[in-house]
Design a protein around this ligand. Sequence first.
Ligand code: SF4
Length: 304
Amino acid sequence: MQNIIFGPIHSRRFGISLGIDLSPLQKQCNFDCLYCELGGAKSVERMQEVLSVEQILSPLLEILSTQPSLDVITLSANGEPTLYPHLYELITQIKHHTEGRYKTLILSNGSLFGRSEVQKALREFDIVKFSFDCFSPQCFKKLDRPNKSLDIEAIRRGILEFASSYQGELVAEVLVIKNLNDSLEEMQNIAGFLREVGVDRVDLGTLDRPPAYAIEGVSPQRLQELSLAFEGQCVSIPIRKEAHIQKRVKLDREDILELLKKRPISTEEFSTLFEGVELCEEMLENGEIMIKKVANMQFFAPKS
Ligand code: SF4
């Protein structure tokens, strides 16, 4: 069986990651998002092609026996990994064999977090990342094109229920698409919900690879504007160093405190957009600000 294990690859947001694809033969997802880089495919309610735990573990353990240098083992799928019916058995086996040497991460669309068997499996992961592009049912239907078995209110309840019993790091991803979920109102509703969930980090992004359908992303400026809806939350935004390096803004102490009051800024984003990292270091030493570490990223944050 080909391509069950892929990488290691370097991910800016999670470090060096070895990937496991639970659906290597075909896309099996209960969404058909307009932006999906796997291409369009009819949504499914359950997986049709199911690998055995052994089929996944065997090539994984072979690679791990070479002691690769990794930050994280990432479960994803050519589709939605929580559709995999043996998820709990698989993750407990991986943890048993690796004895905690690597962190574990799952990349999900969040749609099945209300199911008790999915929650049981998710609780075994060190980091759970889920996508959440829309608050309103209209937006959800248009952008994520879910299977008819799903509805956004039930998904929201499921995410809240799971989050209330989860001890690991919870990361949400919001992908912003022009004219679909880029209004301030939609973003404020998304931000309010994610605040209620208590996610540790929000990864805010837009299109950077060819999508399944003809849609457009938003500009870096628009992403920055929308990020202000996530007041007080750690938000990671994609940074194009070449685009910003010429026009970095110089900040003084008051500016930095004011900026961080709105939301914590990742150290990477700060040094790309602003001059003043040395001042931040000084303020860190004086205890005026602090560093927040979330799932392999660091943020300058106001002192709590
Ligand atoms: S949830 Fe992920 S895999 Fe499924 S259609 Fe959307 S982008 Fe593609």
